[in-house]
Design a protein around this ligand. Sequence first.
Ligand code: PLP
Length: 414
Amino acid sequence: MKKYERAKYGAAAFAGAKGKLPNSFPREMGPSCLKYLQEVVDSGLTCDMVTRFEKAFAKELGVNHCIATPGCTPALACLASAFGFRSGDEIIVSPITDFGMIQGLIREDLIPVFADTEPGSINISAGTIEPCISRRTRAILVVHKTGLVCDMDPINALARKHKLIVYEDVCQAAFSEYKGRFAGTLSKAAGFSFDMEKTMGSDIGGCVATDDSKLAERVRLFGQSRGGVIVPGYGRKHVAPGYAYRMSNCTAAICLGQLEIVKSQVKRRDKMARLLTSLISKIPGIIPLRIPQYQNVYSCWMFGFRIDPKMIRCGADRFAEQLKKEGITGAGTGRYYLMPEACEFLDENARKRVYPYSTPPASRKYRYSARTCPNARDFLKYFVRWITFSDKYTPKHCELAADIIRKTAKRNTN
Ligand SMILES: Cc1ncc(COP(=O)(O)O)c(C=O)c1O
């Protein structure tokens, strides 16, 4: 095996991040966090903090069910298994995302079909999804990237027309609002992440949210009870090869503590992201992410913009490097978010016609590369971002960031 460096996650990925702007770590934990953790310890592990958190989160989001998991990757894996898809079914997904969004699909022998992004946008739309629909399509899984919510009404209308399930990856958009409704309540179900670097972060964690009681029960059975049911006089029998994706009580204690402070943090993120967006929109050569009219709250997890290659002669990598040097903590690029390219094994398996890319069940030839989603590829080529953006930002920090971006743009302008 070739020598490699393993990917890092959470606070470890931020270790050593220096600059003039706040780092999201150490996090504010919430005034009750320790009390809830103490309860778990004092009870000798008999207190059910997980159920308490599930009920509290469902209430805050305004859904009937929250099922706590160890992360969003397992939450979406639980859903992939609970929906009752069949091997070889196609699920339309966003191409600019995290691997956690598609891992469950692959493990369930489903075929991810990447819709391209809307030109100039980081998200997919009904218009880019429609050409991907085939007779094998069963669902559309959208991600609200950086916290910007996809235009869900046309996506849901398209899905109704073709009898498809829609569900959401809300990892980067906790408590963002679309037309007055929270992201994660705009479709059949949603996966959330409470990973330590996320807007509402625990040490690790996530959940499924849904209004559908039958689906919620299937998530618990297939996703958490390993498909095990009690047969009287016998014991456990397994009706499916399910998972054991359960959240721990200690994680639930931290999540409960975080839930009490997240909405006020999101308000600050929204205000500061809008301020910074308006400041940089005046800089020649800088193209901010567009915050749609329909989005009343932008729970911005990651701040980003594009550079205009016609005006700025250095590439995104060098631009980000210079921002970092000037003090924008964690500035970098994001070409690795392009899943059809980053998941090398997908194209390899599709070309080798490994199951489920063999025929049957596959309906056609599948190819995965940057070329298959040119809008997304071009978007990311000029995209600069930092995930250290957080509720710690003040107007002064936004002005400082805009100042650094302005100077860097000027230095590199043709
Ligand atoms: C869009 C998206 N989906 C899924 C995940 C995976 O979440 P988790 O780390 O909780 O499994 C992430 C995490 O970065 C993400 O950003």
